[in-house]
Write a protein that binds this ligand. Structure first.
Ligand code: DOR
Ligand code: ZN
Length: 361
């Protein structure tokens, strides 16, 4: 095997992940832990993870499920609501239980019914987070029925994010799962305290893939995939070596029955193919040497965490993505269908390697 067929990078982290709970958690966690060392775990359970106690209990359930697999650290988030108490947020952060807080505009996506109706209502929480240096993770879409679903991210940036950045000049903000040229430009032109995560599916898929050849419910997620020019902008910035853009899969499993329905829900389960998909995109862009920074350095740098000691080994070894990942018990309902199911992908995660001898950059 030549150098071009084998890639050894620092073990990466997933800075945006949905792990769910119970049987679904048990079914999907191994796909993440086989590669990623740490993951920022989204709090949109039903009911949401809205207190420090909820976050600690959820972390225990994840750790119990992860036991026996590769070393894996969940980084917990708190779900902000109109009535979140700044004291609770600070308590969780100072105790090391809660890593960041998540802003879902109410109704913006899956399990966002308890989200925030108006950012003005959480101003005291944001002020406290700014003071203590706690990051805010943002689902950046407005929810007004009058705004076209394809415009909701761009309108959010204008109406909500830009004013928020001014009103809280010390707040650290991550605009999650960006999908538009507008988001790329806003973050690239913003201060270092602003960053963005990019998913594998938004790098690989545009709305033609989802709609032009029949409707493909397994490619539906929120923010929804946009026209091709936006995808190209995402590919350019992800592979450019810009440190404010880093990996966040937004892997979001749903049972097949809930995706293939009259009103199918949003979310793409990409954990079984995530690093493989990123490697494919970076190779297509002639930028494989930029993958390690995107996947393992920039996120850690933004959050002030050390880079992982271990390495991840990827090999060029074509394999076919499984059609279904089974879920035990009642939660099964047809299992979960991974992103790129049935397709052949050239890169394969071969395993986790020992600590790298090279310098930690
Ligand atoms: O497509 C999505 N699915 N977007 C989100 O923001 C949430 C996620 C989920 O939880 O299923
Ligand atoms: Zn998400």
């Amino acid at each position: 095997m030549t150098g071009a067929d084998r890639l050894v990078i620092r073990r990466p982290d997933d800075w945006h992940l949905h792990l769910r709970d119970g049987a679904m958690l048990a079914a999907v966690l191994p796909a993440t832990a086989r590669g990623f060392a740490r993951a920022v775990v989204m709090p949109n359970l039903v009911p949401p993870v809205a207190t420090v106690r909820d976050a600690a209990a959820y972390r225990n359930r994840i750790n119990a499920t992860a036991k026996g697999g590769a070393r894996f650290t969940p980084l917990m988030t708190l779900y902000l609501t109109d009535s979140t108490d700044p004291e609770e947020v600070e308590k969780g952060f100072n105790a090391g239980v809660v890593f960041a807080a998540k802003l879902y505009p109410r109704g913006a996506t899956t399990n966002a019914e308890s989200g925030v109706t108006d950012v003005a209502r959480i101003a005291p929480v944001l002020a406290r987070m700014e003071e203590i240096g706690m990051p805010l993770l943002v689902h950046g879409e407005v929810t007004d029925a009058g705004v076209d679903v394809f415009d909701r991210e761009a309108v959010f940036i204008d109406r909500v994010l830009a004013p928020m950045m001014k009103d809280f000049p010390g707040l650290r903000v991550v605009l999650e799962h960006i999908t538009t040229t507008e988001a790329v430009d806003f973050v690239a032109g913003g201060p270092e305290r602003l960053a963005a995560t990019i998913t594998p599916h938004h790098l690989m898929v545009d709305r033609n893939h989802m709609l032009a050849d029949g409707i493909r419910p397994h490619l539906f997620c929120l923010p929804v995939v946009k026209r091709a020019s936006h995808r190209e902008a995402l590919r350019r910035i992800a592979t450019s070596g810009h440190p404010q853009f880093f990996l966040g899969t937004d892997s979001a499993p749903h049972a097949v029955a809930e995706k293939e329905a009259a009103c199918g829900c949003a979310g793409i389960f990409n954990a079984p193919v995530a690093m493989e998909a990123y490697a494919t995109v970076f190779e297509e862009e002639g930028a494989l040497d930029a993958l390690e920074n995107f996947a393992a350095h920039f996120g850690a740098g933004f959050y002030g965490l050390p880079v992982n000691e271990e390495t991840l080994i990827l090999e060029r070894d074509p394999w076919t993505v499984p059609e279904i990942v089974d879920v035990a018990g009642a939660a099964a309902r047809g299992g979960v269908r991974p992103f790129l199911a049935g397709e052949t992908i050239n890169w394969r995660v071969a395993g986790i390697g020992p600590p790298s001898k090279g310098p930690v950059l």
